[in-house]
Design a protein around this ligand. Structure first.
Ligand code: DGP
Length: 107
Protein backbone atom coordinates (compact mmCIF):
# COMPACT_ATOMS: atom_id res chain seq x y z
CA UNK A 1 0.00 0.00 0.00
CA UNK A 2 1.46 3.31 -1.12
CA UNK A 3 2.30 5.84 1.63
CA UNK A 4 1.93 3.28 4.43
CA UNK A 5 4.94 3.42 6.78
CA UNK A 6 4.49 -0.17 7.94
CA UNK A 7 4.16 -1.50 4.37
CA UNK A 8 7.47 0.24 3.64
CA UNK A 9 9.06 -1.43 6.69
CA UNK A 10 7.67 -4.79 5.56
CA UNK A 11 9.09 -4.23 2.05
CA UNK A 12 12.48 -3.22 3.49
CA UNK A 13 12.20 0.33 2.13
CA UNK A 14 12.42 1.75 5.67
CA UNK A 15 14.70 0.44 8.45
CA UNK A 16 13.35 -1.32 11.53
CA UNK A 17 14.73 -3.30 14.45
CA UNK A 18 13.02 -6.59 13.76
CA UNK A 19 12.57 -9.18 16.49
CA UNK A 20 10.47 -11.67 14.50
CA UNK A 21 9.43 -12.34 10.91
CA UNK A 22 7.62 -15.12 9.08
CA UNK A 23 5.54 -15.23 5.87
CA UNK A 24 2.55 -13.35 7.31
CA UNK A 25 3.77 -11.36 10.34
CA UNK A 26 6.65 -9.08 11.30
CA UNK A 27 7.47 -7.70 14.75
CA UNK A 28 9.83 -4.82 15.47
CA UNK A 29 10.73 -2.34 18.20
CA UNK A 30 8.56 0.76 18.46
CA UNK A 31 10.46 3.87 17.37
CA UNK A 32 9.01 5.83 20.31
CA UNK A 33 8.85 3.32 23.19
CA UNK A 34 6.25 3.90 25.91
CA UNK A 35 7.63 1.13 28.16
CA UNK A 36 10.93 -0.68 28.80
CA UNK A 37 9.84 -3.22 26.20
CA UNK A 38 7.61 -1.88 23.42
CA UNK A 39 7.19 -4.09 20.38
CA UNK A 40 4.77 -3.87 17.46
CA UNK A 41 3.35 -7.07 15.98
CA UNK A 42 2.24 -6.32 12.43
CA UNK A 43 0.57 -8.44 9.74
CA UNK A 44 2.21 -8.20 6.32
CA UNK A 45 -1.25 -7.84 4.78
CA UNK A 46 -2.33 -4.19 4.73
CA UNK A 47 -5.48 -3.78 6.85
CA UNK A 48 -6.17 -0.19 7.90
CA UNK A 49 -7.96 -0.73 11.22
CA UNK A 50 -9.44 -3.51 13.33
CA UNK A 51 -12.81 -2.37 11.92
CA UNK A 52 -11.65 -3.59 8.50
CA UNK A 53 -10.99 -7.20 9.58
CA UNK A 54 -12.80 -9.73 7.41
CA UNK A 55 -13.27 -13.28 8.65
CA UNK A 56 -14.01 -14.38 5.07
CA UNK A 57 -10.41 -13.50 4.18
CA UNK A 58 -8.87 -15.39 7.11
CA UNK A 59 -8.25 -12.29 9.20
CA UNK A 60 -9.56 -14.07 12.31
CA UNK A 61 -6.69 -16.57 12.05
CA UNK A 62 -4.24 -13.76 11.29
CA UNK A 63 -5.10 -11.89 14.48
CA UNK A 64 -4.87 -15.16 16.41
CA UNK A 65 -1.38 -15.68 15.00
CA UNK A 66 -0.38 -12.15 16.00
CA UNK A 67 -1.39 -12.95 19.58
CA UNK A 68 0.68 -16.15 19.53
CA UNK A 69 3.70 -14.22 18.17
CA UNK A 70 3.28 -11.80 21.09
CA UNK A 71 3.10 -14.67 23.58
CA UNK A 72 6.21 -16.33 22.12
CA UNK A 73 8.19 -13.07 22.11
CA UNK A 74 7.21 -12.38 25.73
CA UNK A 75 8.48 -15.83 26.68
CA UNK A 76 11.73 -15.37 24.71
CA UNK A 77 12.41 -12.01 26.38
CA UNK A 78 11.37 -13.56 29.71
CA UNK A 79 8.75 -10.95 30.54
CA UNK A 80 6.92 -11.45 33.82
CA UNK A 81 3.87 -9.64 32.50
CA UNK A 82 2.80 -7.51 29.58
CA UNK A 83 -0.05 -5.61 27.94
CA UNK A 84 -1.34 -6.17 24.41
CA UNK A 85 -3.15 -3.23 22.82
CA UNK A 86 -4.78 -2.21 19.56
CA UNK A 87 -5.65 1.45 19.05
CA UNK A 88 -8.67 1.62 16.76
CA UNK A 89 -9.36 4.93 15.02
CA UNK A 90 -7.90 8.42 15.32
CA UNK A 91 -9.92 9.29 18.43
CA UNK A 92 -8.42 6.28 20.23
CA UNK A 93 -4.89 7.38 19.31
CA UNK A 94 -4.32 5.32 16.16
CA UNK A 95 -1.65 7.12 14.13
CA UNK A 96 -0.50 4.40 11.73
CA UNK A 97 -3.39 3.03 9.68
CA UNK A 98 -2.03 -0.48 9.20
CA UNK A 99 -3.15 -2.67 12.08
CA UNK A 100 -0.56 -3.45 14.74
CA UNK A 101 -0.61 -4.95 18.20
CA UNK A 102 1.43 -3.11 20.83
CA UNK A 103 3.28 -5.33 23.30
CA UNK A 104 4.21 -3.23 26.34
CA UNK A 105 6.08 -4.39 29.41
CA UNK A 106 8.22 -3.18 32.31
CA UNK A 107 10.12 -6.45 32.11
P1 DGP B 1 -0.67 3.78 17.01
O1 DGP B 1 -0.79 5.05 17.81
O2 DGP B 1 -1.40 2.63 17.66
O3 DGP B 1 -1.03 3.96 15.55
O4 DGP B 1 0.86 3.38 17.10
C1 DGP B 1 1.79 3.64 16.11
C2 DGP B 1 3.13 3.32 16.69
O5 DGP B 1 4.04 3.16 15.63
C3 DGP B 1 3.69 4.39 17.61
O6 DGP B 1 3.88 3.84 18.91
C4 DGP B 1 5.02 4.78 17.00
C5 DGP B 1 5.29 3.68 16.02
N1 DGP B 1 5.95 4.09 14.79
C6 DGP B 1 5.54 5.07 13.93
N2 DGP B 1 6.39 5.16 12.89
C7 DGP B 1 7.33 4.20 13.07
C8 DGP B 1 8.47 3.80 12.34
O7 DGP B 1 8.81 4.32 11.27
N3 DGP B 1 9.21 2.78 12.85
C9 DGP B 1 8.88 2.16 14.03
N4 DGP B 1 9.68 1.17 14.45
N5 DGP B 1 7.80 2.52 14.76
C10 DGP B 1 7.04 3.52 14.28
Amino acid sequence: MEDCIFCKIIDGELPSENVFENDTIIAFKDINPQATHHLLIVPKKHISTINDLNENEGDDALVGKMTLVAKNLAREINLSGYKLQFNVGKSAGQVVFHIHMHLLSKG
